[in-house]
Write a protein of this length. Structure first.
Length: 233
């Protein structure tokens, strides 16, 4: 019928749908073809943030593979059994003047008090993960506080990984016994090192002594006074 138009619409996307053209049947049998309607749809993965118990279910039920992105020192103290160790940061052993100065300052403060190694971003992080796991794999990222795993998730998301989960607040929030672990300490304590750890133990001892002294003075005030008189003022 003259004057009746027939439309055939299509869309084009990153998921390789076919491209169609808009075709209009004009009067007198002429065909008028418009330009293709090109639309691009981008499908992005969403990182799933879970607690320790939810992470345990992801591993046991859904088959997630664990990737530990912490540095070697924390990993050696304690890590989840059968995980991949692919650090997001590696020890910085560069010997240029600027790095030497920064390393010296670091080792005399953060390294000394908190036991933190002097590190730099691992340039081969994504490629190393890809060599162990395909982008279609289900990946559970873990670190000590949750910050490095979140940063690692962004890198893997940009690299095409679509099934990514992170433990919120990291391994420091994991209750002992939640995961089968390997190492000399609990997973939640793997980030503790340096003088702060020793200071913590000293504080506990001093606190215990002071509490005992207070109880002694309260229960035996006369005896405590006689003992104090023996010390020179």
């Amino acid at each position: 019928m003259a004057g009746v138009a027939t439309f055939c619409s299509t869309l084009s996307s990153t998921s390789h749908f076919r491209t169609y053209s808009l075709v209009v049947k004009a009067p007198r049998g002429r065909l008028v073809t418009s330009k293709p309607l090109n639309r691009t749809y981008v499908i992005k993965a969403e990182v799933n943030y879970v607690n320790a118990e939810e992470a345990k279910q992801l591993i046991a039920v859904e088959g997630y593979s664990i990737v530990d992105v912490r540095d070697k020192s924390q990993f050696d103290r304690a890590h989840i059994k059968s995980c991949y160790h692919i650090p997001l940061f590696i020890e910085n052993k560069d010997n240029d003047i600027g790095t030497i100065v920064k390393r010296t300052l670091h080792n005399n403060f953060s390294g000394l008090f908190y036991g933190l190694p002097f590190t730099k971003p691992n340039p081969e992080f994504v490629e190393t993960v890809k060599s162990q796991l395909s982008p279609e794999s289900k990946v559970l990222l873990v670190c000590q506080e949750g910050l490095r795993s979140a940063a690692a998730a962004q890198k893997l998301e940009r690299a095409g990984f679509k099934n990514i989960a992170c433990v919120t607040s990291g391994l420091q929030s994991v209750t002992p016994g939640t995961f089968d672990s390997v190492g000399t300490t609990e997973l939640k304590d793997a980030g503790k090192a340096g003088l702060v750890q020793i200071q913590g133990k000293i504080s506990v001892v001093l606190g215990t002594v002071l509490i005992c002294a207070l109880i002694f003075i309260t229960l035996f005030p006369d005896l405590a006074e006689k003992l104090l008189d023996k010390f020179p003022g």
